[in-house]
Design a protein around this ligand. Structure first.
Ligand code: AP5
Length: 208
């Protein structure tokens, strides 16, 4: 299974990715997580990326394409993978297509998680992540247990979330017609309980 999850910030890609990757026993490849890890380690790449991320802007294509190129060389991707947050621009999608063609592999589906913009700001602003486990919580919809060590992402302030949503609309939404034209796009309503959304995704993947 080789799939892409596409959707605006805070639409639930990370939440669904964790469940799907466990079910299909494939790795979750999240460029956002990879960039945050580089930032936490204080690498040159992490420092450069952090400037774009905290401004709510996309990191340059060449940087994230390089990360994915390296990641797809690792053995654990041989049995499939789920891309979460990549590609995010048409040049990234073209680069992925080329990388996969060189490996003689193809995508099974691109799943769009569809959530109206007005719901997304609240989802992002009240998101908290347990820094020990990576588990994603929401202060209202999925409250964390008392023992969780909570982190609030630097780009989850309302003003930055709005900029990220603008970037999605101006840069990433173009991927929807791109993949629709290739017959790969599967649309899923992302409003409801997370478990319901998982069922909808499994259904469009023909695994329900
Ligand atoms: P990234 O980390 O990819 O962020 P994002 O796409 O903005 O997505 P999020 O992680 O914010 O949200 P999500 O859809 O995973 O939602 P989640 O499941 O957490 O990227 C961050 C930054 O890195 C970018 O802005 C950019 O700068 C850079 N970057 C990354 N990739 C890049 C690329 N390819 N090119 C260039 N730059 C790149 O859920 C959100 C909240 O909602 C949680 O609190 C969750 O508990 C809650 N929730 C989930 N599902 C539901 C539900 N069904 N009902 C109610 N609440 C729910």
């Amino acid at each position: 299974m080789r799939i892409i999850l596409v959707g605006p910030p805070a639409s639930g890609k990370g939440t669904q990715a964790k469940v799907l990757c466990e079910k299909f026993a494939i790795p979750q490849i999240s460029t956002g997580d990879m960039l945050r890890e580089a930032k936490a380690k204080g690498t040159k790449l992490g420092k450069e990326a952090a400037e774009y991320m905290s401004a709510g802007k996309l990191v340059p294509d060449s940087v994230v394409i390089g990360l994915i190129d390296e990641r797809l060389k690792q053995d654990d991707t041989k049995g499939g993978f789920l891309l979460d947050g990549f590609p995010r621009t048409v040049p990234q999608a073209d680069a992925l297509g080329k990388l996969m063609a060189d490996k003689d592999i193809a995508l099974d589906a691109v799943v769009q998680i569809d959530v109206a913009r007005e719901l997304l700001v609240e989802r992002a602003v009240l998101r908290r992540t347990d820094k020990r486990t990576g588990q994603i919580y929401h202060l209202k919809y999925n409250p964390p247990p008392p023992e969780a060590e909570l982190e609030h992402r630097a780009d989850d302030r309302e003003e930055t979330v709005n900029k990220r949503l603008d970037q999605y609309e101006s840069m990433t939404a173009a991927l929807l017609p791109y993949y629709e034209g290739k017959g790969l796009l599967r649309r899923v309503n992302g409003v409801g309980k997370p478990a319901e959304i998982t069922q909808r995704i499994l259904a469009v993947l023909g695994k329900g």
